[in-house]
Design a protein around this ligand. Sequence first.
Ligand SMILES: Nc1nc2c(c(=O)[nH]1)N[C@H]1C(S)=C(S)[C@@H](COP(=O)(O)OP(=O)(O)OC[C@H]3O[C@@H](n4cnc5c(=O)[nH]c(N)nc54)[C@H](O)[C@@H]3O)O[C@H]1N2
Ligand SMILES: Nc1nc2c(c(=O)[nH]1)N[C@H]1C(S)=C(S)[C@@H](COP(=O)(O)OP(=O)(O)OC[C@H]3O[C@@H](n4cnc5c(=O)[nH]c(N)nc54)[C@H](O)[C@@H]3O)O[C@H]1N2
Ligand code: SF4
Ligand SMILES: [Mo]
Length: 717
Amino acid sequence: MASNAPIRTQTTSFCRLCEAFCGTVVTVEDGRPVKLTPDRDNPHTQGHICVKGAAIIDIANDPDRVLRPLKRVGGPGEFAEVSWDQALDDIATRLKAIIATHGPQAVATYFGNPGAFSTDTFMSSQWFLARIGSSKFYAAGSQDSTSRHLASWILYGVAFRNAIPDLPNCDFLIMTGANPLVSHGGLLTAPRMRHDLDAIAERGRVIVIDPRRTETAKRYEHIAIQPDADAWLHAAMLKVMIGAGTVDDAFLAAHCTGWDDLRTAVTQVDLDEAATATGIRRDTIERLALDFAAAPRAAMYGRVGLCRGRFSTIANLLLDAINIAGGKFGKPGGSTFGAFPLAEGAEPLSGYREHRTRIGNLPVVAGLMPAAALPDDILQPGEGQVRAMMVIAGNPVLSAPGGERLERALESLDLLFSVDLYVTETNRFAHYILPAATFLEKDDIPLIGLSHMVRPYLQYARAAVPPMGEAREELAIFSDLAARMGLGSIAPTPGLRWLERQGMAITPLTLVELALRHGPLGKRRGNEALSFAKLADMPHGTMLDLPLTYGGWADHVATDDRKIRLWHPIVADEFARFAAQQAATTDGGALKLFSQRKLKSMNSWMHNPEKLARSQRPALLVHPADAARHGLSNGGRACVANAHGAVEVAVEVTEDVIEGAVCYPHGWGHNGGWRHANTLPGANINLLLGLGPEAVERVSGTTFIDGIPVTVTPIAA
Ligand SMILES: Nc1nc2c(c(=O)[nH]1)N[C@H]1C(S)=C(S)[C@@H](COP(=O)(O)OP(=O)(O)OC[C@H]3O[C@@H](n4cnc5c(=O)[nH]c(N)nc54)[C@H](O)[C@@H]3O)O[C@H]1N2
Ligand SMILES: Nc1nc2c(c(=O)[nH]1)N[C@H]1C(S)=C(S)[C@@H](COP(=O)(O)OP(=O)(O)OC[C@H]3O[C@@H](n4cnc5c(=O)[nH]c(N)nc54)[C@H](O)[C@@H]3O)O[C@H]1N2
Ligand code: SF4
Ligand SMILES: [Mo]
């Protein structure tokens, strides 16, 4: 008997919207994803998901989602559907002509945040760029982590080697520049973070250092700090630890180089000046340093709030130095490297300075080019001028610096195409938009999280549904483009292309599978057990029998002498610059702008689903004393301005933000193809960010985002 009941399947999977990689169950009815629920049997996340994860269903089925290739037919944002053949033939022809005339460096990529969570998107876009011979990989990293990666490169010899706090065994955690109860962690995968932090607070202390009394700060202890002052705090803490004789001299002598130089540099920092710069009382700084030093199982962890100021690289380096000199590094309950399930050398983001930017001669960190150099790389004529761009999973018009200049640059390109789910503020300037597949439509493993997992885990998730509409995975898109350009495959090396000709399947996932099978876990569990076919038979994933690297951490240091490098010419130069800054006075009437994230918002793109957006009212947080001083009122409007631009915002007066600073979320001010998000209030705060070498930390290309001076003036109703 025929039934009209829908055909319903359930597939276990994991969310790929942030680094928590929560285990999920995807319900599919008649070929459509209809529900995403937590996978309570996932041993890693044990039923945790957040509201954004569940909303991927609304995104996948969003009537505004791009499901067929679009071609520009008029002004920005005016598109018509075309076939894949038409789109790819034209893109391939134009790319070939641009490369033939201007060389491969005339082609650049902008790679955005969601792409980092898809092995396919991340590796195939890198492969394609390498295959055409360009190194111009612009990325969100300069708004997020390049100063962290430079500090890691100096210390450990590998840019992507970041230490993580051993949360399960830690009794004293200092968390700075991070709000994991909202963000769910960065360069740290611990999806049940709140449970971990609660347990630490129960055993000991969790201290949050932040210019805002954040959701995390409210739950634990809070020390308010002025934005962009972390280098002062960290140097002062280290100086106090040295003065009190609480540093681990034996560890420093055995495992580190450059301690004498670093010690000399930090002892020159004046503690009263550090108190003035940070807004933290001197005795509070001293107590914090001594309590940390005295706690046997202590760690200090920091994230994006440390990565976008004027001295981000040394702020990050000093954070690690506090862990190292304090005798907390590589020990249970301290700070150490995550487990490494992949074969050594498999990290894609490792180096520094392999090339420099054409604009501003900035060094490139971990292959990630600084976004602040992009608009002029397009607009300024000369050898290597960018004439074609692909924007993959990024929306730099809202998330990066550049504003109108970036828009003008994008509109001037000979070719701009984007792989995305939506028509955005950025790709509305494109010649073509190619429809991307969501994570529901792809096989994957949580690759980017593997080296930052507090409790190492692995899952191979199969696509819950095939790509919807005419969406395609990036591997298919770039392979097809390469073929149409006469390049054959996009496999990045001649060796891999040779293997491919012998009949071996060379894809991002098959290479990751190989790196996994030949890594430490393969030796332990047996090579076969780690085939993706076998892993796929474990629908809830598997905890890995790999401990964090206590003791074994030294094997993962890749400096020439295999010692942790606490001093380097870059550090010397940065300290010289820092010391010169210390005497400088602060600007009279200006307030310091910094950023915040919201639980129901994801950078610039999850604002279209009604269920996420309805509670969002972006507002400038202002301390009552500053509000009185500048004539601002709660619920009123204000103009926030500096030399780079001006935006109009709503004002919220609150004691949660430190006096002297103001806070606003990024990613708002929509005018893309999102019918709902376009109607929402909110401004693009990144119009206030500068461009070019003056607007970045020179050594890391980090965009100055947090602590930038602005004036705030009331706007009459
Ligand atoms: N002022 C200020 N600026 C900031 C920040 C801040 O805190 N303050 N944060 C910075 C940080 S940390 C980051 S990482 C950047 C983020 O900024 P971007 O890297 O630009 O990323 P998003 O804004 O998240 O935009 C992601 C784009 O990818 C698309 N997309 C979503 N899923 C997929 C997918 O599966 N495949 C493809 N192909 N496309 C997809 C979305 O539609 C959207 O257009 O912003 C930075 N900018
Ligand atoms: N809900 C949600 N989750 C997200 C994202 C999102 O947009 N929404 N984005 C994802 C991305 S791309 C990333 S990179 C991660 C980031 O993860 P986190 O680093 O935890 O991100 P934030 O919530 O921005 O936390 C940064 C904190 O630094 C503080 N801060 C700002 N300036 C300074 C400073 O100068 N010094 C100090 N000490 N603190 C400062 C801010 O007030 C803020 O509370 O989150 C990811 N998760
Ligand atoms: S916390 Fe991150 S990984 Fe987990 S459901 Fe939310 S967005 Fe997805
Ligand atoms: Mo980020």
